[in-house]
Design a protein around this ligand. Structure first.
Ligand SMILES: NC(=O)C1=CN([C@@H]2O[C@H](COP(=O)(O)OP(=O)(O)OC[C@H]3O[C@@H](n4cnc5c(N)ncnc54)[C@H](OP(=O)(O)O)[C@@H]3O)[C@@H](O)[C@H]2O)C=CC1
Ligand SMILES: CC(C)(CO)C(=O)C(=O)O
Length: 305
């Protein structure tokens, strides 16, 4: 199976490099600045699960590269369409493309542009950051992929990806209901990103602050209400599960949206807390907490650096 990873940032760099180390045939599609760095110094992953250094990662040669069986789009959400352009140009007719991104709207974009039969749903659980181009720092030991065909079913590329992940030591699970899996992460992440970014604090002190914790509860209930209005199959106690999960997170944990805010980079606000507010408005679900966070962070959405 030939795999094309679009974007060698935190997620693409981590999972792409691990797959290479596990013996998979992986090519990276990167932009020119990153390309120069990767050609000069290779791709490094610094991780509690073991460091990696790909001295000469294979880079896409758009003229000659044959179609790929699997394209993993690992850009930020604002670069999704550019990622799909690359998938459109390089995906085999019977191949699959997945977006390893947060949010709940990427899969529909992939379906509408590539055709539903060429889309794999995916959720990435990892805490990683691009320290500088070519260097990914992985924090903690979580590095998990949940993958599945929208609507269920099997596909040789899905099976091959699960096998490649196992060989690479990536915790990968094939989900029967990938839409529910994507939303289960979203109903945690959109509130978590909204809370930590709007209060500009890691989760530890926010759990100790009754106002912040109550506000988080409101954000979570809104996200779950929007999921239910979208007819997503979530458990009855989905909101309680999110609160329990968040109580167990490391004290210093921040959402990547807060890291982006602190660094003056553009935010994924529109697709996270902003999506709860936007979809809520479309579906007639009240989302006062998500709407106020979205309005407060809007001035920073396009970055300030
Ligand atoms: N970081 C994390 O811990 C987690 C992130 N996620 C989600 O994963 C997604 C990716 O996030 P993350 O990896 O952190 O982001 P990063 O910013 O670290 O990486 C994104 C990479 O995409 C590259 N890119 C953008 N456009 C293109 C393009 N047209 N062609 C090739 N490469 C391109 C960027 O390249 P360049 O350097 O040239 O700008 C950058 O290196 C987001 O949706 C995020 O929410 C999900 C789980 C955890
Ligand atoms: C919370 C985390 C690290 C979990 O994967 C994440 O996805 C993010 O902050 O964007």
């Amino acid at each position: 199976m030939r795999i094309l990873v679009v974007g060698a940032g935190a997620v693409g760099g981590y999972f792409g490099a691990r797959l290479v180390a596990g013996g998979a045939d992986v090519t990276f599609s990167v932009r020119s600045g990153t390309e120069a760095v990767l050609r000069e110094s290779g791709l490094r992953v610094l991780s509690p699960l073991g460091d990696l250094h790909l001295q000469e990662p294979r880079l896409l040669d758009s003229e000659s590269d044959a179609p790929f069986d699997l394209v993993l789009i690992c850009t930020k959400l604002r670069d999704l369409e550019a990622g799909i352009d690359i998938a459109e140009a390089h995906l085999a007719d019977d191949g699959l493309a997945a977006a390893l991104q947060n949010g709940v709207e990427s899969e529909e974009r992939l379906k509408s542009r590539l055709g539903a039969k060429r889309v794999l749903g995916a959720v990435a659980y990892i805490a990683a950051a691009l320290e500088r181009p070519g260097v990914v720092r992985h924090t903690g030991e979580m590095a998990r992929l949940v993958i599945g065909l929208p609507g269920g079913g099997s596909h040789p590329v899905l099976d091959a990806l699960v096998a490649a992940c196992k060989r690479a030591g990536i915790d990968a699970e094939a989900a029967a209901d990938i839409e529910a899996a994507i939303w289960r992460k979203f109903v945690f992440l959109a509130p978590f990103a909204g809370l930590t970014a709007s209060w500009r604090r890691a989760i530890g002190p926010l759990r100790e602050n009754p106002n912040a914790w109550a506000f988080y509860g409101n954000l979570v209930h809104e996200a779950v209400a929007v999921a239910r209005a979208c007819k997503v199959n979530l458990p009855e106690d989905a909101a309680d599960q999110v609160l329990t999960f968040t109580r167990g997170l490391p004290e210093g944990m921040k959402a990547s949206m807060l890291h982006d805010l602190e660094a003056g980079r553009p935010l994924e606000l529109h697709w996270l807390t902003g999506a709860v507010a936007r979809l809520g408005a479309e579906l007639g679900v009240e989302t006062p907490a998500s709407s106020s966070v979205t309005a407060e962070l809007q001035p920073y959405a396009d970055g300030t650096a």
